[in-house]
Design a protein around this ligand. Structure first.
Ligand code: HSE
Length: 340
């Protein structure tokens, strides 16, 4: 069976996804009988599309194309093209929403996802903001239309944590806490190891390309708060981004780090939801070095789920273009296998 996908957003995750599709397409076809056809890719200024599917050579060239200019790619490129024309020409089965998350209202992610559902496409997201603002509405529309919305890449980037939450059907969860933002964890790890201040460590994090397009989202705890919102809604418990109290990582000085280290402690940027106390927050916390979260360094994320029968500890890569793209592809396959 051919699965036609439309990649909306062609930054580092979109490019990594195209590369992984090129690498794994034959294996996927052999193992699952699914042929992934990329029928369209759109960036902020233009798009390429072909109802037959772009071939491997096109995809490989597009991965190397300058940012925001794929519309110039011959012969499939077009500048200034809207979703209507892409959908009319290509009828994608799966819309992959990879536009950057915007926490000033959630656009363009919200409109793009609602449009895709209206046109009968299943949706896979790495964009978090659309779910943060419209989780219930999006899921409700999808359910009514018999479509699926998958979003594993939105929390813990390269680690299938959302699947764990979705698997808890009757188990009562009382609290979830952990390290949910890779950029700030990298920054804190760098500060502890090199004894430098936050700006110097952040400069280093930006250079390895893991920060949000707007890195304020990482440093002010907005990205981690967004992930708490998605996690809570996944468990069926409504939570809005403004319900999450946030303390900026900017409050952590080099002196705080040195003080913590002298006492055998470390500082981590901890996100938590306490469902019993109805409290959600993201804040820097001092933790003892024998705490399970103390050893979660660099780009790793980790989460503890406290539930009625005990605890689950889950850890894995939290960011990175290829890692995040790997989860997007997993979701494309799960969406396809339920009979797209
Ligand atoms: N900026 C995010 C982070 C990317 O650092 O965790 C992954 O969601």
């Amino acid at each position: 069976m051919n699965i036609k996908i439309f990649i909306n957003g062609f930054g580092c995750v979109g490019r990594a996804l195209a590369k992984i599709i090129v690498e794994k397409r034959d294996v996927i076809e052999k193992k699952y009988g699914l042929r992934i056809e990329v029928v369209a890719i759109k960036d902020s200024r233009g798009a390429v599309f072909s109802s037959e599917g772009l071939d491997i050579n096109d995809l490989l060239k597009l991965i190397e194309y300058p940012r925001s200019s794929i519309g110039l790619y011959e012969p499939y490129g077009r500048m200034d093209i809207g979703l209507d024309e892409i959908y009319d020409q290509c009828s994608p089965d799966i819309h992959v929403e990879l536009t950057p998350s915007n926490y000033d209202g959630g656009e363009p992610g919200i409109s793009n996802v609602l449009y895709a559902l209206k046109r009968g496409a299943n949706v896979v997201l790495a964009n978090k903001a659309a779910l943060v603002y419209k989780f219930r509405e999006i899921m409700g529309i999808a359910r009514k239309k018999g479509l699926v919305v998958k979003y594993k890449a939105t929390v813990m980037g390269g680690t299938p944590f959302i699947d764990i939450l979705l698997s808890l059907k009757t188990i009562h969860v009382s609290k979830i806490y952990g390290i949910l933002n890779a950029t700030t964890n990298y920054v804190l790890t760098y500060m502890h190891r090199h004894l430098v201040d936050l700006d110097e460590a952040l400069g280093n994090a930006k250079s390895i390309g893991i920060a949000e397009k707007n890195p304020i989202y990482d440093i002010e705890g907005i990205d981690a708060a967004a992930k708490l919102v998605i996690m809570s809604n996944t468990l069926g418990i409504p939570l809005g981004i403004n319900d999450v109290m946030r303390t900026s990582l900017r409050n952590v000085s080099l002196k705080d780090i040195v003080d913590a280290l002298r006492k055998g402690e470390v500082i981590k940027y901890i996100a938590q939801i306490d469902f019993e106390e109805q409290l959600a927050e993201v804040a820097p916390r001092r933790i003892e070095s024998n705490n399970m979260l103390a050893g979660i360094d660099g780009l790793m994320n980790a989460v503890v789920i406290e539930h009625e029968y005990g605890n689950i500890f889950f850890s894995g890569k939290g960011g990175g273009c290829r890692e995040t793209a790997s989860m997007v592809l997993e979701d494309i396959l799960s969406a396809s296998m339920r009979g797209v």
